[in-house]
Design a protein around this ligand. Sequence first.
Ligand SMILES: *[C@@H]1O[C@H](CO)[C@@H](O)[C@H](O)[C@H]1NC(C)=O
Ligand SMILES: *[C@@H]1O[C@H](CO)[C@@H](O)[C@H](O)[C@H]1NC(C)=O
Length: 206
Amino acid sequence: MTVISEKSPKDCASKKASKKLYLYLTTLLLSLLSVIFIIWLILHPSKPHFSLREADINQLNLSLRPSLLNSSIQITLQSHNPNTKLGIYYDEFLLYASYKGQKITPETSLPPFYQDRHETNLLSASLVGIQLPVSPSFAYEAQRDQGAGRLALSIKGMGQLRWKVGTLVSGRYRFIVNCVAIMPLGPTIPSPPLSSRQTSQCSTSM
Ligand SMILES: *[C@@H]1O[C@H](CO)[C@@H](O)[C@H](O)[C@H]1NC(C)=O
Ligand SMILES: *[C@@H]1O[C@H](CO)[C@@H](O)[C@H](O)[C@H]1NC(C)=O
């Protein structure tokens, strides 16, 4: 008696079919997992928290006709990752100062960095503008603030971040940060240096 070990064409076909099924199931499982991952990412991450620790106006000199502004503003921003499971890659982070809705410094870019779970970082930036064109209303607004005895300076940030969980890294998400520093003004027309050393919370949107 001989044992025939040759596979019949039928066997081959069923093997092919099961291989196809296996591939199909694997693909299905992988897409399901990535969908779950994406849903979890959308639902779960908490936005990073920012607060403005310090803002110093070292220079704010305006020349008239045309209105050109020289400014030098030093800021310290605190950044906190409130997530227990997600690290954050900050790929891009631009900061600038704005006064009454007007940009008064160019954008300054912070170097990219990684922020671990629950980590807090202090970020310093020097915002310097030279001969930046501003609206002619700038001098008038500054004088009005002078009368009020305080000046509200906005520090705005925008960038892109990626979430990291284990070894998985998400796609890029845009974020926007908005901070306000209230500077007390002396009796003379904006005479730097002006400082705000009161920590104020910033709003973050994604
Ligand atoms: C800016 O103005 C201040 C007076 O407010 C003056 O002392 C200083 O020299 C000026 N700086 C520049 C670079 O013009
Ligand atoms: C701003 O800076 C430029 C270059 O340093 C200088 O020529 C100009 O006089 C400055 N303007 C004011 C108002 O200080």
